[in-house]
Design a protein around this ligand. Structure first.
Ligand SMILES: [Zn+2]
Length: 231
């Protein structure tokens, strides 16, 4: 049972919750709401509610703010790593300036450190801060309304002769992420610009939000069906 899908039925009179053990105990909307409330990981819970339970008492503004803070921390850490490497390089260069003939090992370390600075510099994120909330919003929209997989048309399976197997493109989920063209439109940039600059950041945010949703779903599931191992 996918608790994310269950959220859409939260306001139904009763929700049938298949335990997968043959029995079909009924889980009420109150049970689900209580299980969501018991999720201790605030960021995971708020993110989960933002996507799957927009009518919940949790505030979308709060979820957005918490997620933006996570993104900003990563943003700052990337700059801090470059700064630290640069400080190391400057120290080595100052040492080299002390002698007329720079020792070979020191020269080697300077080359090495320059390469580290270049590598780290390539991983810093652009300081167009107005884009980051937009990326978060786009990822949330993409997760809430995933596209049908074009290969299996949403079935999740593909036929090979007489055998059915999980669709390779969507790994059997029946859904795939949006095209980069769609993502570029959300960010208000060209697709070329999106691919060259924003795609790795978008993927980072996507993976982070996916991880948080998984944490919340597993937690909520464990409160609803303590004996069942979540999928
Ligand atoms: Zn598929």
């Amino acid at each position: 049972m996918d608790v994310r899908k269950m959220m859409g039925r939260l306001y139904a009179q009763t929700v049938r919750y298949d335990t997968g053990r043959g029995g079909m105990p009924e889980v009420t909307p109150q049970d689900i709401a209580a299980a969501v409330g018991m999720c201790q990981h605030e960021l995971a819970r708020e993110t989960f509610c933002w996507i799957w339970w927009p009518q919940s008492p949790a505030s979308t503004a709060r979820a957005r703010e918490l997620l933006l803070r996570v993104v900003l921390t990563e943003f700052n850490e990337r700059y801090a790593a470059v700064d630290e490497a640069r400080r190391g390089l400057h120290s080595l260069e100052a040492l080299a300036a002390l002698s007329n003939r720079v020792p070979e090992d020191l020269q080697r370390n300077i080359y090495r450190m320059k390469a580290v600075v270049r590598q780290l510099h390539a991983t810093v994120w652009p300081s167009k801060m107005e884009r980051y909330p937009t990326i978060i919003d786009a990822v949330i929209t993409e997760m809430r309304e995933p596209r049908h997989c074009p290969d299996c048309e949403g079935r999740g399976t593909a036929d090979r002769g007489f055998l059915k197997h999980d669709c390779l493109r969507c790994a059997g989920t029946g859904h795939v992420g949006e095209f980069n063209a769609w993502r570029a439109v959300q960010l208000g940039v060209s697709e070329t610009r999106f691919r060259s600059t924003w795609l790795p950041i978008y993927q980072w945010v996507y993976a982070k939000i996916e991880e948080l949703v998984y944490i919340a779903a597993r937690d909520i599931h464990s409160h609803l069906a303590p004996d069942e191992i979540p999928a």
